[in-house]
Ligand binder design. Structure first.
Ligand code: FES
Length: 134
């Protein structure tokens, strides 16, 4: 579902509802397919903070949402490469190219995105330890 959302009187942002927050368990991941984006996405719930990245591994054709999540890191199920879910940066060989990350946040009971890339809104990063990777 797409929702037009005005942050200020001069700015109208299109919000896309991804799912209900309760549908992604703590420490879990869910694949999301959107009409508004050509590639599948992976939505993570890490300690109550949601993160959204492209689901397809940059090393080969594998779904990261089928991999193992350890802390902030998602391990690819095909060759064991890994990515930081906050930054998209590869953290384990053979992955060497970052996956795209998208801004995602909670609006009431829903998880939404505007599909813009970049840092999370302040409310989302407030509980995140600063590991210097941004
Ligand atoms: S396809 Fe993901 S590490 Fe090779």
């Amino acid at each position: 579902m797409t929702i037009a959302f005005a942050r200020t009187s001069a700015e109208v942002t299109t919000l896309i509802r991804l799912c209900k927050a309760e549908s992604v368990i703590l420490g879990g991941v869910r694949q999301i397919e959107l009409a508004e984006y050509p590639e599948p996405l992976a939505l993570f719930n890490i300690g109550g903070q949601f993160r959204l990245i492209e689901d397809t591994c940059t090393h080969g054709f594998a779904s990261l949402s089928q991999g193992d999540l350890e802390g902030d890191v998602i391990f690819c199920p095909l060759h064991g490469g890994a990515f930081n879910t906050a930054t998209g940066e590869p953290v384990e060989y053979p992955c060497t190219v970052a996956v795209k990350t998208f801004r995602v946040w909670r609006e009431g009971d829903d998880i939404v995105t505007d599909l813009s890339t970049g840092p999370q809104p302040e409310a989302e990063i407030a509980g995140r330890p600063d590991n210097g990777e941004r």
